[in-house]
Ligand binder design. Structure first.
Ligand code: ADP
Ligand code: ZN
Ligand code: ZN
Length: 807
């Protein structure tokens, strides 16, 4: 037998698998989707690889090397995942190995110790070989050198049946958690008989026996028995000695915790609009024959989430599974709670705040079919769910669905692929769909569904734009207009809540000299340094470089070097001055760094422990609190200034999202947006909540300037420590590419990146806008291979398809 293997050798990547011989001892074990260790190159270098296929014969010339070792006893990736990895790699100019690794939880990528855990102790009674292997333990190290092929084959078989599990432990981080457990081993009649024969004083034993009579013959956590019967450890010990029970250990999942208990909720009766959407979705949800994608364009507060939940319930009832993606920052406890309150234990949650151990546990619950609903951020799209009936992308326009490092996949594309594989339904939901998705709906590739009204009869809140240029002329400072302060005062007086958004972080954005205009920049990146008051330092947000805030200007010696712009801490300080009685809760990357901090803060806000929630854009999404009647945007313009053709779209989306936090229940809301560009169309359309108007207007601009969705984009980046070398390679690539571009294809650059230097490397960019891809993609595939050679010369080449970020 022979195996095709994708090996993990940095700088020597290829998407062609290598063929290796499978030694006899592994023939019964090796399957596609397992990881193995193989020799690679000259010498005896051992590397890890993924088995992606098996074959009976080999007719090549060379003598094949043999697989040295198997890492997994059962496949960690199934046939769907292997096929998907091929596709993701091909579509995104990525190497398969990076995709395969991205599909697995972290802990399985790092160095680890492997153990075998006995999940079904009954095995020991039937299999003497296993009894020897486990002796009297429930989890033993799996050291491949000491395991006979027979045992390995047996473990492989039992792993498939779920009777043993292979665990990966990195230090202590991903150790599975075991608790002492008890298993009833006698029949109910027998327990009854023993109980009849007890002395009348043996009350504890009697209680235990009564409990055991009705207990199922499975492992029960010892603590659970003690809680239920109020017996003590001695009683249980005695019961074991008497041969009434068996003692052992069972695994306890580390479930991500929420601060308060979840109460179950029932589906709500749907509004007329919701019901219409749900009925339309149901046609495909109950149809096994085809996959269909729906774009759900629903204003904020229109009850999209309720529709998602009921659609999920529909597929679960058919025995299928459901996957719901949300952007990382909306994966708030509020959202998790809403899903868990409906589906309870069946829900697995995957997001970046989980420890590796928690993530690994959730992954296994999904893989074992114990969790049939997955809620997660971008990478959860690779959750090993089987028989998927429904995939939801909430806030489908969100830029975080695109991974910004290798493999640069877009979760929306992967969702469509998986849905087509499972013939499942896809729902893309947003109040402000991406232009790409909305255009797809226009052309009929997606079915457009709309929710135009809020659930509660409240209309969308009126939005007023405050021109800060006028405001400052009439004496206000550059942070708070009189209009906004007045509105905040009103809310305080009425005991209502306000949300204030500032799209920035730190005390102030940057410092500059008032005399000569000098601004300290990063020594690695040519980017303005961001000021952090707490540490009294200037920090580069790209590379992390830090230096103290200078007291005098390094350029001209002036002492008038001051902060420019404002961060959340500054705004908080100003609020205290203007509104001394207001209780302000500040939510930004600094205050939410600690695990569970966001959860606690939102709960406090929900309990009216604060009047004003002040934060960066992380507060723009998902918050659903009935008493928020005012939303203030302190500076709407920062996103307009991004060097990106999506700047207007991003601004419109952000303003619409944050406006949606106001007036969600019975009290009417109001939104005040402070800006220096009140005429800008993105603000105008946001003011009237006019998504369709914005869509039409922006599409005309995109067409004119040949941007997405009319043209696709590829961005190439070349990075090197020397600027000349970086430029030279970029020009060489551009020249090489030219013959592959057809007449409709436009190549921009090479040009220095808008951030010219990152992490001490000079960036040159080439942007290709195209409509036809066949020839271009062939060329890019070749470039990708060439990138491996360049890497050895310390030149990095990045190929980014449909980039969402042009910095
Ligand atoms: P969206 O996700 O579209 O912004 P939500 O799903 O958060 O909207 O719904 C807004 C509010 O309306 C939530 O508090 C939700 O519980 C409530 N809601 C949704 N659907 C219904 C319904 N059919 N009946 C009553 N309340 C509903
Ligand atoms: Zn100066
Ligand atoms: Zn830097």
């Amino acid at each position: 037998m022979f195996a095709q293997i994708i090996v993990d050798v940095p700088t020597m990547q290829t998407n062609q698998p290598y063929t290796y011989a499978i030694p006899d001892k592994f023939v019964a074990v090796v399957e596609a989707g397992m990881r193995v260790v193989v020799p690679f190159g000259k010498g005896s270098r051992q590397v890890q690889g993924f088995v992606v296929g098996l074959q009976d014969d080999y007719h090549g010339e060379v003598d094949l090397k043999e697989i040295t070792d198997v890492v997994d006893v059962a496949p960690v990736l199934n046939a769907e995942m292997l096929e998907l990895a091929d596709w993701v790699a091909r579509e995104n100019f990525a190497f398969k190995i990076s995709v395969l690794q991205a599909m697995l939880p972290n802990v399985m990528r790092a160095k680890y110790v492997k153990t075998v855990q006995l999940r079904d102790p009954a095995l020991l009674e039937t299999d003497a070989m296993l009894r020897d292997f486990f002796t009297d333990r429930f989890e033993v190290p799996l050291d491949d050198n000491h395991v006979t092929p027979e045992v390995l084959t047996a473990l492989h078989k039992y792993a498939r049946l779920g009777q043993v599990a292979i665990n990966y432990q990195v230090g202590n981080r991903a150790k599975i958690k075991l608790v002492t457990a008890v298993k009833p081993i006698l029949s109910a009649e027998k327990y009854d008989e023993i109980r009849q024969g007890l002395r009348p004083t043996a009350k504890k034993q009697a209680r235990l026996l009564t409990y055991l009579m009705t207990a199922s013959p499975n492992w029960i956590a010892q603590k659970e028995i003690i809680d239920a019967t109020a017996v003590d450890y001695t009683t249980l010990k005695k019961a074991e000695t008497n041969g009434w029970i068996q003692k052992g250990e069972i695994e306890q999942y580390r479930l991500p915790k929420l601060t308060s208990a979840i109460t179950a909720t029932e589906p709500l009766p749907l509004t007329e609009q919701q019901a219409h959407v749900f009925t339309t979705l149901s046609e495909n949800l109950t149809d096994d024959a085809k996959s269909q994608t729906y774009l759900l364009e629903g204003v904020t507060g229109s009850g999209k989430t309720e529709v998602y939940l009921q659609a999920m319930a529909t597929v679960l009832a058919q025995g299928k599974t459901a996957l719901m993606l949300v952007p990382e920052i909306t994966l708030t406890p509020q959202m998790v709670r809403r899903v868990k309150s409906r589906f309870g234990e069946a829900v697995a949650v995957l997001h970046s705040a989980l420890s590796d151990g928690e993530r690994y546990d959730e992954w296994r619950r999904i893989e074992r079919g114990e969790a049939r609903v997955v809620v997660g951020a971008r990478s959860a799209i690779f959750a090993p769910l089987q028989d998927i009936g429904l995939i939801i992308l909430d806030e489908e326009h969100d830029a975080s669905y695109k991974q910004e490092e290798n493999p640069r996949y877009h979760a929306r594309d992967v969702a469509l692929w998986r849905a087509s594989y499972h013939r499942a339904t896809v729902v893309l939901g947003s109040a402000t769909p991406s232009l790409e998705s909305r255009a797809h709906a226009q052309q009929g590739q997606y079915t457009l569904l709309r929710l135009t009204q809020r659930v509660q009869t409240q209309p969308l809140p009126p939005v007023s734009l405050v021109d800060m240029r006028e405001s400052i002329k009439s004496g206000s400072d550059d942070l708070f207009s009189n209009e906004l302060l007045e509105a905040l005062r009103q809310r305080l007086a009425r005991g209502e809540q306000s949300v204030l958004m500032l799209n920035r972080r730190g005390y102030a954005n940057y410092v500059s000299c008032r005399d000569c205009g000098f601004t300290p920049t990063c020594v690695n990146c040519d980017l303005a340094l961001t000021m952090h008051k707490v540490t009294n330092s200037l920090i580069c947000h790209y590379c992390g470089y830090q230096e103290p805030i200078p007291k005098t200007c390094p350029n001209c010696g002036s002492q008038r070097i001051r902060p420019f712009g404002a961060g959340t801490q500054k705004v908080e300080a100003m609020l205290k001055e203007y509104l001394p009685t207001a209780r302000v809760l500040r939510m930004d990357q600094d205050t939410t760094r600690k695990k569970g901090a966001t959860d606690g803060m939102l709960e406090a806000f929900g309990n009216h422990e604060a009047d004003i929630l002040l934060g960066t854009q992380m507060i723009a999404k998902g918050l659903d609190f009935p008493d928020i009647t005012l939303v203030g945007v302190l500076n709407a313009d920062t996103t307009l200034a991004l060097p990106d053709y999506r700047a207007a779209e991003r601004t419109f989306q952000l303003l619409t999202q944050v406006s949606g936090r106001a007036g969600r229940a019975d009290k009417p809301g109001e939104v005040i947006v402070q800006t220096y560009n009140p005429e800008h169309y993105a603000l105008r359309f946001a003011q009237t909540h006019d998504y369709e108007g914005f869509y039409q207007y922006e599409m005309a601009i995109r067409k004119e300037w040949q941007y997405s969705p009319y043209y696709y984009t590829i961005q190439l980046k070349v990075l090197h420590e020397s600027q000349t070398e970086s430029a030279r390679v970029a020009y060489e690539i551009a020249d090489w590419l030219k013959p592959y571009l057809d007449l409709q294809t436009v190549m921009l650059g090479p040009s220095a990146g808008s951030v010219a230097r990152l992490n001490n490397k000079y960036v040159y960019r080439i942007v290709i806008k195209y409509r036809q891809s066949a020839k271009l993609f062939e060329a890019l595939d070749e470039l990708m291979q060439a990138g491996q050679r360049l890497q050895r010369q310390k030149v990095t080449l990045l190929i980014d398809r449909d980039p969402v970020n042009f910095v």
